[in-house]
Design a protein around this ligand. Structure first.
Ligand code: GLN
Length: 304
């Protein structure tokens, strides 16, 4: 398959489609990112890489970090992790508080904010130096020893993070947050503000396309069984209350972030990362989803 030709066609189709959408402004620093950025990078499990557009420009991965956080928590805690959160789609927006009250502070899944905040609380108990340990792990899976976070974005989110504070406080009241709320949120905002290029994100996601193995190594970061579970969660919960429509249009396990990134995997074959900042009302990149839809249409590659 000529992936280069295909992703160039995807890129041109998406640019011509003028998908619309709004760059996120509820984190003011994110609102400064130019709306016309667009990049798509595909990487095969053999390590061949194909790029179109702004693939070497770092952007804030935001909620895509929830996949990496979950990977570490699941590796450390195994199935006991599921005593603190569940694995059901929420059908509600990523930052919703509604279910949390009547489900007594147990988040529906690790990819809504509440679930990721619980995962951060779990990791705080496990890591000596959570920011450093998480950053080092990210450096390893991206093969970029200089990878870091965007301090201005983390600070901007901290300064405007009333909603996430409400979520964390409600869970704390129900006894599902062990550490101080500010310490947990500080780590959560740090993870969300990690910046990656499409090339690095595709490389990190290759792990989920390749049964938990790092590129160019026989070493497994994640077992085959846990990789399956994380991919299942991406498929059912990765795009929040748009997970159904995303499955219908694309058909690849994926995760979005309000920075405009969407990363997805075709297990056994390839990973793909797209970046385009304008979002639809559900907080997912309009052009990102269209690009993945075109990709699966043109390649015929989908888990369905
Ligand atoms: N940091 C963002 C928040 O908590 C992440 C949300 C997202 O990317 N969907 O609101």
């Amino acid at each position: 398959m000529d992936y280069q030709e295909i992703i160039e066609r995807v890129g041109e189709d998406v640019r011509a489609a003028n998908c619309g959408g709004q760059v996120a402004t509820y984190i003011p620093e994110l609102g400064r990112v130019p709306a016309d950025k667009f990049g798509i990078q595909l990487m095969t499990v053999e390590g061949d890489s194909f790029a179109y557009g702004d693939c070497d420009e770092p952007f804030s991965i935001q909620s895509i970090s929830k996949v990496f956080l979950l990977t570490q928590a699941l590796n450390a805690k195994g199935r006991t992790l599921w005593q603190r959160l569940r694995v059901e789609p929420s059908g509600d927006p990523f930052n919703s508080l509604v279910q949390l009250e009547y489900e007594q502070g147990i988040p529906r899944n690790p990819f809504i904010n509440a679930g990721a905040i619980v995962v951060c609380d779990v990791l705080l108990a496990l890591f000596d130096d959570p920011r450093k340990d998480f950053r080092d792990w990210m450096r390893r899976v991206t093969a970029n020893p200089r990878l870091d976070y965007n301090e201005r974005i983390a600070e901007s989110e901290r300064a405007h993070g009333y909603h996430n504070r409400a979520i964390a406080n409600l869970m704390k009241a129900f006894g599902n947050i062990e550490h101080e709320v500010e310490a947990v949120l500080d780590f959560y905002f740090f993870a969300c503000s990690i910046k990656l290029t499409c090339a690095e994100l595709a490389r990190a996601f290759l792990l989920y396309a390749n049964h938990g193995r790092l590129l160019g190594s026989e070493e497994s970061i994640l077992s085959v069984r846990r990789t399956k579970r994380i991919n299942a969660l991406m498929q059912t919960c990765g795009l929040y209350d748009e997970a159904g429509e995303y499955a219908f249009r694309v058909g690849l396990p994926g995760k979005s972030g309000v920075g405009g990134g969407v990363a997805a995997v075709f297990p056994g074959k390839f990973s793909v990362a797209v970046w385009s900042p304008p979002l639809n009302p559900k907080g997912n990149s309009t052009a990102g989803i269209l690009a993945l839809e075109r990709l699966t249409d043109l390649t015929g590659c989908s888990i369905f």
